[in-house]
Design a binder for this molecule. Structure first.
Ligand code: BGC
Length: 753
């Protein structure tokens, strides 16, 4: 066992940095960066700020014409600082060789890639991982992703996405950690640590990128890239904390956002990038634009043309131009005509070079290009095991009436229905740039491994038609019901029906907003028809965002939220269905009852009329046709056992902190893990604060009848908030503490500050 672990750590890199050497190291680094900068021409410095996506087939002939030929020529002249979407140790080496051997100063390129939730071995989508609330597991998952990517030549990931979002219509919620800034901050920190490790120059670690700075998760009406217009309270208390957490974790890069924030495109926002990030937060890494977002300021109506956009972006503090060519085409002229001071170019180039030095690229530009290492690392068996654990931890049990789950292992006739049940691509999500399609374990395969039951599969209804492509719309089948009959016949005679329904992996993600949040296509109709012939249904959901599941919740006895769980999806789901793993995930986003409730979130503010004054009156905050509460609240999730909470008390309070404890008991018959959650309510505050806010959580593992006392310490960070100027303040007054298994918990105690 010890040997196995040691091998594992050798693979993923296990480094401890000698902290007393850090300052000295920084000075040396600054000297090296400055010495290099002093030798660079203006053109070469601007070149560092230019990033291209892979523009020709590196194994093919050198491009002779068109934009590829021009970019190739720029590469040889040192006018490209970074490339994205190039992967594979040999491919990266070929490009790096051009930069190192053919350019005047031999400055290595930094290779970026969207390593979002895995490289080749795919972990659950980030929203699913967030449902685990398991920071250690999340950090390890990012570490594995980094290790695989680094072995394939990559030294920089465009992750983590730390955008808080409350709007399930926005397809990109799959890439974040949900609606809560506290959970989001903890996860953001863990992911950065996972990618970057303790030593950025190690060959298994890569630079992380906190994105999308800022506000991208609040697009109006949940529509992709849409205008963001939010107040200072939301900006400072909801959007910013996870970004700040990445700074605390030492993140080396930031990416700005496509969207405009309160009238200013984020890419052109001096307040965001210079004032807040670089001055107040002292960030000394660099900011990359989002894809083409510099030039998109023209479409926003914020810049006249690409040249003006380049000027606005560089002044605002966007250091690297991803793919809009605005910097390489215009910055040199802008400096020569004195429209842009060269000091801004120096600052940007210095930041970029610094990260390259930190990665160790100047000491060994090919350190990520070892084909042998690539072969022995990618898809390593140990990674599969860890990814399986992560997938199981991400599953949330939403309903389990009459303890239909877990399934018996013998003697059952099981009908498995649903296109997604034998889909080996959808569980990988849509960020599968380096993973092989068809490489996930399907639910059908996972369940087949349990041989004691008779398992029959029927597709039920095709979910989509046409090809699956990252950049293309997914065509949902809305007319072909030809597979219904076979599924209904199978369901009729089964003891239990497992239906795997939901969204395909390509139905959420960037550019994939929806106005309807039900089961896409004909799946709801299929579900209702199967229900007519057999009510003993276990609904396994695959989806990248909260869905509206009101009908299912009213009728279907067991519901399992299994998101898109990555390479090991089917094994994880089968182990949960059969009780070999007791689910413990908790929702990181509220699930609405109706689409009209969206955006819906637990940490809202009270109105002046929050409760019904007397029966039948209309003048209070409510809907005429729907409740205020979500279907499943933030923090919610069941287990195959039950937990009881008691003895919540404040043990001690002094000027700086409060110690709170609660007893948690496993009151069921099997071992289980519980996410113990603590929420704080500040009864009176100026500006007003949410009705409650998550301020602590702890994972506890309990055997039947076992009780554990869980302690929380609340200090300034947990009791204060940001005022409208972005200043952190703590105000005295009455507070309540709520502790329990989800955000609706009533168990509380009070204190005065
Ligand atoms: C996305 C970014 C991503 C970039 C590079 C953009 O469309 O918004 O999150 O990192 O593309 O692929």
């Amino acid at each position: 066992m010890i040997k196995a672990n040691l091998t594992f750590f050798t693979i993923i890199g296990f480094f401890v940095l000698n902290s007393c050497g850090t300052n000295q190291k920084n000075d040396q680094l600054d000297q090296r960066v400055n010495a290099l900068l002093a030798q660079m021409t203006l053109e070469e410095k601007v070149g560092q700020m230019n990033q291209y996506s892979s523009f020709w087939d590196i194994t093919g002939p050198i491009p002779k014409e068109g934009s590829a030929a021009k970019q190739y020529d720029q590469l040889k002249k040192g006018l490209v600082g970074s490339m994205l979407n190039v992967r594979g140790a040999e491919n990266v080496r070929k490009l790096q060789k051009i930069a190192v051997e053919e350019t005047r100063l031999g400055i290595p390129l930094i290779f970026g890639f969207d390593v979002i939730h895995g490289f080749k071995t795919i972990s659950p989508i980030p929203l699913a991982e967030a449902a685990s609330w398991d920071l250690e597991a999340i950090e390890t998952s990012a570490r594995i992703a980094a290790t695989e990517a680094a072995a394939a030549g990559i030294n920089w990931t465009f992750a983590p996405m730390v955008d808080i979002s409350r709007d399930a219509r926005w397809g990109r919620v799959m890439e974040g950690a949900g609606e809560d800034p506290y959970l989001g901050s903890k996860i953001a920190f863990a992911r950065v640590k996972g990618f970057q490790g303790d030593d950025l120059s190690a060959p298994t670690t890569i630079a992380a990128c906190a994105k999308h700075f800022a506000g991208y998760g609040f697009p109006e009406a949940g529509k992709e890239y849409n205008t963001v217009d939010i107040g200072t309270q939301t900006l400072h208390n909801m959007v910013m904390p996870p970004f700040k957490a990445t700074i605390d974790a030492g993140v080396r890069t930031f990416m700005n956002s496509f969207s405009q924030l309160n009238g200013i495109p984020a890419t052109g926002s001096k307040y965001l990038q210079r004032t807040l990030l670089k001055e107040q937060w002292n960030f000394d890494g660099f900011v990359v634009s989002d894809w083409g977002s510099i030039e998109e300021m023209v479409e926003h109506g914020y810049a006249d043309d690409a040249k003006q956009a380049a000027q606005i972006a560089v002044e605002a503090g966007s250091d690297m131009d991803m793919q809009s060519l605005a910097y390489i085409d215009h910055l040199i002229d802008l400096v020569k005509s004195s429209a842009v001071p060269e000091t801004l170019i120096d600052d940007a180039a210095r930041r970029i070079l610094r990260v390259k030095f930190e990665l160790g690229l100047f000491d060994d530009p090919y350190k990520y290009c070892n084909a042998e290492r690539e072969k022995s690392t990618i898809g390593h068996e140990k990674f599969q095991e860890v990814t399986l654990e992560m997938a199981k931890k991400s599953i949330v049990l939403l309903k389990n009436k009459n303890q239909l789950l877990p399934l018996k292992k013998k003697g059952l006739n099981i009908a498995l229905i649903g296109d997604l049940a034998d889909d080996k691509t959808s569980p990988l999500g849509n960020w599968i740039l380096a993973a092989d399609t068809n490489s996930a374990v399907s639910v059908l395969e996972g369940m087949k491994a349990y041989e004691g039951n008779n398992l029959e599969f029927s597709v039920g209804v095709k979910l989509h038609t046409g090809v699956l492509e990252f950049a293309k719309e997914l065509n949902i089948n809305t007319s072909d019901k030809s597979d219904f009959t076979a599924a209904l016949n199978l369901a009729k005679t089964a003891d239990v029906v497992v239906m795997v329904l939901g969204e395909h992996g390509f139905h959420s993600g960037e550019g994939r907003s929806r106005t309807q949040l039900g089961l896409p296509g004909l799946q709801q109709e299929l579900l209702e028809q199967v229900f007519k012939v057999n009510q003993n249904i276990i609904l396994v959901l695959n989806n990248g965002r909260p869905l509206v599941l009101d009908w299912a919740d009213q009728h279907i006895p067991a519901i399992v939220e299994a998101w898109q769980l990555g390479t090991q999806s089917g094994n994880a789901i089968a182990q949960v269905l059969y009780g070999d793993y007791n689910p413990s995930g908790k929702l990181p986003m509220s699930f609405p009852k109706s689409i009209g409730q969206v955006p819906i979130y637990y940490n809202y503010k009270s109105t002046g009329r929050p409760t019904l004054p007397s029966p039948d009156e209309v003048f209070w905050t409510h809907y005429q046709d729907e409740q205020n509460a979500p279907l499943y609240p933030f923090g919610y999730g069941l287990s195959y056992t039950t937990f009881a909470y008691s003895n919540l008390k404040i043990n001690s309070q002094n000027d700086t902190s409060i110690d709170v404890s609660v007893e948690v008991t496993n009151t069921g018959n099997v071992q289980g893990n519980e996410v113990v959650q603590l929420y704080v309510k500040d009864h009176f505050a100026r500006p007003t604060q949410p009705i409650k806010s998550l301020k602590g959580f702890e994972l506890v593992d309990l055997n039947p009848n076992q009780t554990k006392t869980v302690h929380f310490t609340l200090a300034e960070a947990e009791l204060g908030f940001y005022d409208n100027d972005g200043k952190f303040i703590v105000q005295p007054g009455d507070f309540s503490i709520y502790v329990g298994g989800d955000s609706t918990t009533e168990l509380n105690t009070k204190f005065k500050l």
